[in-house]
Design a protein around this ligand. Structure first.
Ligand code: PLP
Length: 441
């Protein structure tokens, strides 16, 4: 292996053969710090061998630290660039930007799409609040599309009904990792001159008609928060685009208008605002992610396909067992055209056949020791919407499937990293609970 010379500096501040170098990193991390990081990521399991293994590790790290160089670039360096190259290659998009989290990615996507106060954004009635946070913060109006009862993803036919002259964007969410039917949405967007941003927070690695989720809309991206399919040490996000006007501004968009991929000519004046697709100015924030986060993503991305594969097998197993029981509606399996990530298992029931609705089933599952969380409920029912003047009941009337499905029919179950025994127990417990309901117990 060729040894890289450690220059002990920062490319940004590189001043060549300087006698007094400018270090971007205030304090270095030493061997003991590294040991604490190892202990944090690989904590005490209670096994008796742990202490001995930790002593060996400490000795090895001390030896390593005595001959090692020092990490001198901790943010927006080579690892972030590598993570972005890996994302571009894997997802097939022209540009990628690695960020603190996906909420920040969406903020940038909204800004570059030119969203402003008074504009309307159509998104599913069922998603996580992060999807609507930025539009709400600038006084844009959220228009909720009803869901498709099969997948609980937004229904393209309802989007078509809700487009008005004020609509600027459509934000489909691949909920639970199940691919949204993107073709009709992209067609609507083209007809009406709208931008599409895919919230693929659950969809990293899934595909629709041969294209990776997140790389189909004008913008799209993923969360690398610790509860998603893979994570970058707790927090992280990636924004994708193939739009040149946007892609060329991503470096500045993430860091206050400063683009460090170019040589900074003038520190006082070389800071530009963003120009959205209408040419209007938008003010960038700071969403820079660290080198260690990027390394975390690179490491876990190597396992992404294998992780999805294991999730798919778990979902297929759930479908096999639950499919035998009348009244349980199994998940739509993958097809050659739609390849989900199986981030969550969507459990649905037919309340009439089961003789009770999801509220009772959820309670029974909890009593049997299963976690089942209907994380994703109608957003127009959130208190903040009332406080912002949205009329809950009027919106509910435009989202009949959302109301029916959320209150009577669905919940989510985990799929990964369950052991075989846990998965079998989970499937069996659902069947038992449904049988109890049928028997009126
Ligand atoms: C997690 C999540 C987000 C936000 O991602 P962060 O990286 O936590 O900011 C957005 N949308 C959905 C559907 C999510 O589940």
């Amino acid at each position: 292996m060729e040894k890289k010379e450690n220059k002990g500096g920062d490319f940004r501040y590189s001043v060549g053969e300087s006698k007094v170098p400018w270090h971007a990193v205030g304090e270095f991390f030493n061997g003991n710090d590294a040991l604490e990081l190892v202990k944090f990521l690989l904590p005490d399991s209670g096994k008796t061998e742990y202490d001995a293994a930790l002593r060996d590790t400490a000795a090895a790290l001390e030896r390593l630290a005595s001959v090692s160089g020092r990490a001198t670039k901790l943010t927006l360096g080579e690892k972030v660039a590598e993570a972005e190259e890996a994302a571009k290659a894997y997802f097939g998009s022209k540009y990628a930007c690695f960020l603190t989290n996906w909420t920040a990615g969406m903020e940038i996507g909204y800004k570059l799409s030119g969203l402003k106060a008074g504009d309307e954004v159509i998104m599913p009635a069922v998603t996580f609040i992060a999807t609507m946070a930025y539009p709400l913060s600038i006084g844009a109006k959220i228009v909720f599309a009803d869901i498709d009862p099969e997948t609980i993803n937004l229904d393209p036919a309802d989007i078509a009904r809700k487009i008005t002259p004020k609509t600027r964007m459509i934000v489909p969410v691949h909920l639970g990792g199940y691919p949204v039917d993107m073709d009709p949405i992209m067609r609507l967007a083209e007809q009406h001159g709208l931008f599409v941003m895919e919230d693929a927070a659950h969809g990293m690695g899934g595909a629709y008609k041969g294209r990776k989720l997140g790389a189909i809309g004008h913008f799209g991206g993923f969360s690398l928060h610790e509860v998603k399919n893979i994570n970058s040490l707790g927090e992280g996000g990636i924004l994708l685009t193939s739009e040149d006007f946007a892609g060329e501004q991503l470096n500045g968009a993430r860091f206050l208008g400063l683009d460090f991929s170019r040589k900074i000519k003038d520190w006082l004046y070389d800071i530009s605002p963003l120009k959205d697709r209408f040419g209007a100015l938008q003010i960038p924030g700071n969403h820079s992610a660290t080198e260690v986060q990027a390394l975390g993503m690179l490491l876990q991305m190597r396992r992404l396909d294998a992780i999805i594969d294991r999730r798919r097998k778990a979902a297929e197993y759930m479908n096999r067992i639950l499919g035998e029981e009348e009244g349980i509606l199994t998940e739509r399996p993958d097809t050659p055209e739609t390849y989900g990530t199986h981030h969550l298992y969507l459990l649905r029931i037919d309340p009439e056949k089961v003789g009770g609705d999801i509220q009772l089933l959820s309670k029974k599952l909890a009593e049997k020791g299963l976690t089942n969380i209907t994380h994703f409920g109608p957003m127009y029912r959130f208190r903040i919407m009332r406080e912002l003047g949205y009329c809950e009941e009027a919106i509910a009337e435009t989202c009949p499937n959302t109301e029916r499905m959320f209150y009577h029919s669905y919940t989510h179950l985990p799929l990964y990293p369950l052991t075989r025994e846990q998965l079998e127990y989970q499937a069996q417990a659902v069947v038992e609970a449904v049988r109890e309901m049928k028997a009126g117990k």
